[in-house]
Design a protein around this ligand. Sequence first.
Ligand code: GRF
Length: 195
Amino acid sequence: MSGRKKVAVLISGRGSNMSALIEAAKEEKFPVDISLVISNQPTAKGLETARSHGIEAVAIDHAEFETRETFEQELHKTLVSRDIEMVACAGFMRKLTASFTRNWEGRMINIHPSLLPKYKGLNTHQRALDAGDEEHGCTVHYVTAELDSGPVIMQASVPILKGDTADDLAARVLTEEHRIFPLALARVAEDLAGQ
Ligand code: GRF
């Protein structure tokens, strides 16, 4: 299908959300082509998974760069060199500076495992349990310079059940992440295509 948006997925690890996007993009009607996967961790399992689907997968190891800015310059250069139009952060564990996010404003989204604005940052499942919450969930949002704070695109909630461990809750939330991330990506791609 012509007119599909060229999307890069940024990962740092296992890449199950990336896989959900790749599977969704196999549908002819999905408005996105997953063209590139980049990991800041060279050992990320998701790189191999992407390659097994015939997708170019590149490691850009942040540890090899002196500063956050030089790492981001390489990231940006790589995205631009592949004509990437949108970026999906899927378990990408690097904070991004304003000079990077500005370039991708309205075109970069992230999946976060909490019902934002609750529990920005790490250990969201344990924090929801510790707070005695009755529900938890995940959020897809636009990426801005402030961590986990950009406009919300889509959310899904799950119940917190008696006796849940953080792992139980993470698994329940992850199922919803895999469901809504492709939906949100498609919505943003369609909005951009209509502009
Ligand atoms: C997901 O829970 C995501 O929301 C969070 O990190 C996890 C990444 O998992 N930011 P995966 O790499 O997509 O399997």
